[in-house]
Design a binder for this molecule. Structure first.
Ligand SMILES: *[C@@H]1O[C@H](CO)[C@@H](O)[C@H](O)[C@H]1NC(C)=O
Ligand SMILES: *[C@@H]1O[C@H](CO)[C@@H](O)[C@H](O)[C@H]1NC(C)=O
Length: 376
């Protein structure tokens, strides 16, 4: 145990040393290199190229360029995601997307099923991503079954690329999903209807956990959802009436719904260990970390919180829903191009929906302090 804590401290010191923002050190935190593999489920917050592979589109120009050199994978960010920073912290390669067919990366240390735009609820004909949580879990079950079949054929060469059986049992199962269920519901539902949907969404989430548990998963790591009402896309579409905005310029209803989703997710998290004996769950309060970053951004060295780096239209949002980052399109009768800002490290928001690499680094560092996590 002592060596575990020591090595974790080494990692956190390393991270603090390279950071210009100094989160207070906690004596331990629960993500560790002792998990032999990581299996991740989610949406664009942790998609390392899944939707791009699955739907067959090349990443947009400007995306990933701040960190990754060609070939690009398909992250919805200018660089690394929270998940990438967490993998770095435990000395692991970035997680390879399940559907990635052309790559040098290996699946030995885990696999990433997260796909941008995915929901906990089942996708429907209008969904941008067909890979809802249920499908992602099915993909995992297929992955595991095929890996075990291959391993049992006894081909040593495969060991370099695939996880052995015990990695599945001792691995960490991570989730960052729910944002699109809540944000998406607001397009067709009233505030009260959105709130009424939360228990149904969480029942489906629990079903995903149950299916993984039945497959032998025991270590679960759950991110709650962020302050959606502070995303420029939401502000531009739902905040035209200024009375909808709070004192920070965020849409109150969306943040309220996110908070209620998190409250109920937290309630479920408390119950899960009894429902699934022998399992451990960590709940990470992403909402608080992101709110702190957004509301106190200047204290942390950021010049802009809601205004986006890669967009068009100028202040206050620099966001036009008709012209996505890296694209040229006609909006309001004129042709516009959404280009990246000069210094993305001064912006929290990358493209109106996703955070910049600088912001993701901030969030990951705060996760690593352990101060925003609870284990049950
Ligand atoms: C902003 O910083 C102040 C002072 O450190 C802190 O009390 C407050 O909780 C922070 N805001 C958020 C939303 O975390
Ligand atoms: C659309 O164009 C008109 C005329 O140029 C301008 O007055 C108006 O502010 C523009 N609207 C938006 C949302 O940019």
């Amino acid at each position: 145990m002592e060596t575990l804590v020591q090595s974790l401290l080494t990692y956190s010191l390393l991270f603090v040393a390279i950071s210009h923002t100094l989160p207070p050190l906690a004596c331990s935190f629960p993500i560790s290199h002792h998990f032999p593999a990581v299996f991740n489920f989610g949406d664009s917050n942790s998609d390392t190229g899944e939707l791009s592979s699955g739907l067959g589109f090349l990443p947009q120009p400007s995306y990933e360029e701040a960190y990754f050199k060609t070939p690009y994978y398909g992250r919805f960010c200018n660089g690394r995601l929270i998940l990438d920073f967490l993998m770095e912290a435990i000395g692991r390669p970035y997680l390879r997307p399940y559907l990635d067919s052309i790559s040098r990366q290996s699946y030995r240390r885990g696999c990433n099923f997260a796909a941008a735009a995915s929901t906990i609820q089942k996708a429907n004909a209008a969904s941008y991503s067909p890979f809802g949580l249920g499908v992602q879990v099915s993909q995992f079950i297929t992955f595991k079954s095929k890996v075990l079949q291959l391993i049992h054929q006894g081909d040593d060469e495969l060991e370099r690329y695939l996880p052995p059986e015990y990695y599945f049992k001792n691995g960490l199962y991570m989730f960052d999903i729910g944002q699109n269920d809540i944000a998406g519901a607001f397009y067709s539902k009233t505030f009260d209807q959105v709130l009424a949907l939360i228990p149904t969404i969480l029942d489906i989430f629990q079903d995903g956990i149950k299916r993984l548990y039945e497959e032998g998963a025991r270590n679960f790591w759950i991110h709650n959802t962020g302050p959606l009402g502070c995303l420029a896309q939401v502000v531009s579409l739902f905040g035209k009436d200024k009375s909808k905005l709070d004192e920070f310029g965020c849409v109150s209803d969306h943040n309220q719904a996110a908070k209620l989703f998190n409250l109920q997710l937290h309630g479920l998290f408390k119950k899960l260990p009894q429902l699934y004996p022998g399992s451990r769950f960590t709940y990470v309060d992403i909402f608080s970390i992101k709110s702190d970053l957004l509301l106190n951004h200047s204290k942390y060295g950021f010049d802009h919180s809601i205004m986006v780096c890669c967009g068009t239209g100028g202040p206050p949002l620099n966001y036009d829903d008709e012209v996505g980052c890296g694209k040229t399109a006609t909006s309001n009768g004129t042709i516009k191009t959404a280009k990246p800002c000069i210094d993305s490290s001064k912006y929290v928001n990358w493209d109106g929906i996703h955070y910049t690499e600088a912001a993701n680094r901030f969030v990951a560092l705060h996760i690593l302090t352990g101060k925003y996590s609870e284990t049950a």
